[in-house]
Ligand binder design. Structure first.
Ligand code: IMP
Length: 178
């Protein structure tokens, strides 16, 4: 089946406004002198992460790292494994970590990844998601910071893709049957 772009679900202005608010919320929750490591999950979250960290105060000790992962195994259980395609460059031991994800859908990827990262003994580990699609959740994972809750529809833009297309859109749009 072929798909085409549908209507704007979240406009670029709304995204900017909300990313700024969430950055302020994060900045308020952490001390300026402790390193705060933002871990972006490639590829989708890279767009969101770069906007988010640029809203953090200048005097904060902000660090940025990326991971590329795929979750495997039983799609109905949270006991699967995460295959790491690209790992972090630096240790997160004793550091405050914020995992930045584009969208939490079933929650399986993040719940596997959270376990894996907690084994590396960070001082704290929080999850920040651009979008939360709660209707499809299969685990009890809940983002600590979230920009928008969305209904159960497939969306693209601002980092999110469909078959590697439409990541570059400034607005978040739905995808519809052609
Ligand atoms: P989860 O393990 O089901 O939570 O998978 C989350 C991943 O599925 C995200 O990082 C996205 O890559 C992908 N995904 C889920 N819903 C959408 C969507 O509406 N648009 C684009 N990608 C999505």
């Amino acid at each position: 089946m072929a798909y085409k772009l549908g209507k704007i679900l979240i406009s670029r202005d709304k995204i900017h406004e909300r990313v700024t608010e969430v950055a302020k919320q994060i900045a308020n929750d952490f001390d300026n002198d402790q390193p705060l490591v933002f871990v972006g999950i490639l590829t989708g979250a890279a767009f969101f992460l770069t906007d988010l960290v640029r809203e953090m105060p200048e005097n904060m000790n902000v660090q940025v790292d990326f991971m590329s992962v795929a979750s495997y195994g039983d799609s109905d259980k949270s006991s699967g494994v995460v295959r790491i395609y690209h790992d972090l460059k630096s240790s997160i031991e004793n550091k405050n970590v914020i995992v930045v994800e584009d969208i939490v859908d079933t929650g399986l990827t993040l719940s596997h990844l959270k376990k894996l990262l907690l084994d590396r003994h960070p001082a704290s580990l929080k999850i920040c998601a651009l979008l939360d699609k709660q209707a499809r959740r299969k685990t009890d994972i809940k983002p600590d910071y979230c920009c928008f809750s969305i209904p159960d529809e497939f969306v693209v833009g601002y980092g999110l893709d469909y078959a590697s297309k439409w990541r570059h859109l400034k607005d978040i749009k739905s995808v519809v049957d052609e």
